[in-house]
Design a protein around this ligand. Structure first.
Ligand code: HEM
Length: 374
């Protein structure tokens, strides 16, 4: 007869109580990751009816920072949970019934989905593109599978969660004091590891802690003009010729065309706005340029118009971005020609770049040459 080897794991930390308590923390962090991830997805791919507000200015910076920093802080939690429950792999017989087999299949899916999200997320923020598939698509669809499996798992395990991890008036059989102490010590260690993981990443968006940002792939003050960049002008194949023009075309009363010097002679405005990257890092800068709404007024664009802002960059998903009314009506939205008082460095989008509040960095189009109104 086969033996149930799971009984060989004698640590009291492989317990239902520890698994339930870690499960609550993980459930919260996965839910936050799911909600903030969907926020990022639908900011970049909004359905036609969805008009994101342009304020608060730092909203996307906050949600995507939370997604990535929260995701990194989840790693110790996930590892601790997997360690707590791994003796179940040696449980014999592996399935007691069809229902039990289905439940274990679901847990396998949950574990695989969690590891997939964390591993692909971390390799993506480290700019380590080792996967043969498109990260965003795979990460996006796995999120639904993971959250679906998590929901069913929570329903299946609800009685244990209620018993061990939620405040209840029902008196539980008392735990031996030594076991309670080691459980609390274990949970405190996991919480500290998560806190440290967050602390050594948060500097990528919170400048006062930038010196602690050991895990952050981008430091907020390293790069041309003291600001980081993801895609350089050379990598994007940008060449700016003497006949450069910025044109405004499409459904307008008047087509516009500007040389770079014409743009410098239009009324200039300075705003303080962050570049908030989809990969979680962000930095503030002072941008100077022409208000997009002023250009649209001059061109006679309809107030409900949607704008398509095109780059000199010929290829790539981010060579065009859409600007809907709440963003282009906002006086903070500029076609910027300067950053921190200096002419834009080519890597920051010289001659002209879009900068708008509450918007992912990939949608702050650089090397702008055309605005099409529709
Ligand atoms: C260490 C953990 C994680 C890291 C570092 C991470 C990182 C990222 C990054 C960098 C993006 C932006 C991708 C882009 O727009 O180019 C993203 C998007 C997203 N993440 Fe995560 N993530 C993690 C965990 C999770 C988890 C656990 C979930 C689900 C529960 C999740 C759900 C999503 C979703 C739905 C998106 C939107 C994808 C899209 O734009 O289509 N992430 N994540």
């Amino acid at each position: 007869m086969a033996l149930d080897l799971s009984s060989r794991f004698t640590s009291k930390l492989h317990s239902e109580r520890v698994a339930a308590q870690l499960g609550v923390w993980l459930g919260i962090s996965f839910t936050i990751a799911f909600v903030t991830g969907l926020f990022s997805h639908f900011m970049q791919h909004p359905p036609g009816w969805l008009l994101w507000p342009s304020r608060p200015v730092n909203l996307y910076r906050f949600t995507q920072g939370l997604h990535v920093i929260g995701g990194v802080a989840t790693i110790p939690l996930l590892l601790a949970k997997l360690w707590t429950v791994y003796p179940k792999l040696w449980q014999w017989p592996p399935f007691r019934s069809m229902g039990h087999a289905a439940e274990r299949g679901l847990v396998a899916l949950l574990v695989a989905g969690s590891l997939f999200q964390v591993v692909t997320g971390v390799t993506n923020i480290a700019y380590w593109y080792v996967w043969p598939f498109a990260f965003t698509n795979a990460h996006y669809w796995t999120a639904y599978i993971l959250i679906g499996a998590l929901l069913i798992h929570v329903v299946n395990e609800w009685a244990k969660v209620k018993r061990h991890a939620l405040p209840t008036r029902v008196k539980l059989p008392s735990e031996p004091p030594a076991d309670a102490r080691s459980r609390r010590r274990f949970l405190a260690t996991v919480a500290t590891a998560s806190g440290i993981a967050a602390l050594v990443t948060v500097g990528e968006t919170y400048k006062p802690l930038s010196r602690l940002a050991l895990l952050a792939p981008r430091s907020p003050d390293k790069g041309p003009q003291g600001l980081p960049v993801n895609r350089s002008a050379a990598a994007a194949g940008i060449e700016v010729h003497a006949d450069y023009r910025l044109t405004v075309t499409g459904a307008v009363g008047r087509q516009l065309s500007f040389t770079y010097d014409d743009l410098l002679n239009l009324p200039q405005h300075t705003v303080r706005l962050p570049i908030a990257c989809v990969e979680g890092w962000s930095y503030d800068a002072e941008w100077t340029g022409v208000r997009l709404k002023d250009l649209m007024r001059t061109a006679g664009a309809d107030r409900d118009a949607t704008l398509s802002v095109e780059s000199l960059q010929k290829y790539g998903a981010y060579s065009v971005s859409e600007v809907r009314p709440p963003h282009w009506h906002d006086p903070l939205t500029l076609l910027a020609v300067k950053v921190n008082g200096e002419t834009l460095h080519p890597d920051h989008g010289y001659p002209v770049r879009l900068i708008a509040p509450n918007r992912p960095g990939v949608m702050q189009t650089k090397w702008v040459t055309k605005v099409t109104v529709s």
